[in-house]
Design a protein around this ligand. Structure first.
Ligand code: AKG
Length: 275
């Protein structure tokens, strides 16, 4: 069972998430969570799950590893505990206005010192086999994060543009083929967009909507790691929408298109007992 949040999420924070498609919440994860997650992260990096793919091969001249592994709560108990009993599910559910949330998957996104590959601008919705509006990501900092170490940048309000963009592969073995437009050239037109990023301390997190465009620079530090534990959440209106060539998932959940997600692969983790 998750403990009560250290303080209620405010109406302003919910409105910011709904309006901007991203909000930063500080210190909701205490030192115990950060220590436990750092410890389990080291073990996961030493012994990656079957879902891990080395993505350094995309840009082999980089000085450091960009480590990426998914569905970790099905691989290691420490991540399962974090997904099920940390504040993450309640935070995501409350911001989305959901009466229940499912864990779509969890993930490590570690940019080691010198991992210079940027995370290209993208939004998450077109990578995943789901439809609906209540889909979000909680990005939890396990290290101090600055722009130079790879803070994620978000385009405020982009979740409301009514656009879906073609997913761009992080993994050389995955190719996305949906008939969708490419993400616009944001880096050469940055002045046209309302871009925001957050300096974070360990225990701070951001929560973004699955249609919010985001990307991140590489980690230019030669000493500071950028470890993030990321959980992806879905709410009441989300249904299964398998399409060809999406992000790899560990097994077929045997849900009919249009069906609700509740199953071992996408477990219900939180219910709003007040609603
Ligand atoms: O951590 C990063 O560099 C990218 C984060 C991201 O794409 C995400 O959380 O969806």
């Amino acid at each position: 069972m998750a403990k009560p949040l250290q303080r209620p999420i405010t109406r302003e924070e919910i409105e910011a998430f709904q309006r901007d498609g991203v909000v930063c919440l500080r210190s909701f994860f205490n030192e115990n969570w950060i220590e436990q997650l750092r410890e389990v992260t080291e073990r996961a990096m030493a012994k990656p799950s079957p879902m891990h793919k080395p993505i350094d091969t995309i840009k082999p001249t980089d000085g450091g590893t960009f480590f990426y592994d998914t569905f970790l709560s099905h691989h290691m108990e420490g991540f399962r505990k974090a997904a099920f009993t940390s504040p993450a599910a309640e935070i995501a559910g409350t911001l989305m206005g959901a009466s229940k949330v499912n864990l779509l998957f969890d993930q490590l996104l570690v940019k080691e010192p010198g991992a210079l590959s940027p995370t290209v601008w993208h939004h998450d919705a077109t990578y995943w086999p789901v439809s609906g509006n209540q889909i979000s990501t909680l990005w939890l900092a396990l290290d101090p994060v600055t722009y130079d170490t790879g803070a994620v940048e978000y385009i405020k309000g982009s979740h409301l543009w009514g656009e879906r963009y073609l997913a761009i592969s992080f993994n050389p073995e995955e190719n996305y083929t949906e008939d969708l437009p490419n993400v616009p050239d944001i880096d050469n037109n940055r002045e046209n967009y309302d871009i925001v990023w957050f300096e974070l301390e360990p225990g701070d997190c951001t929560i973004h909507h699955a249609l919010t465009l985001h990307g991140a620079p590489g980690n230019q530090s030669s000493t500071i790691r950028r470890r993030a534990y990321v959980t992806r959440w879905t709410g009441d209106d989300v249904t299964y929408n398998p399409r060809p060539n999406l992000m790899r998932i560990p097994w077929d959940p045997d849900i009919k298109p249009g069906g609700i997600l509740d199953c071992d692969l996408f477990p219900v983790v939180w219910r709003n007992t007040l609603s």
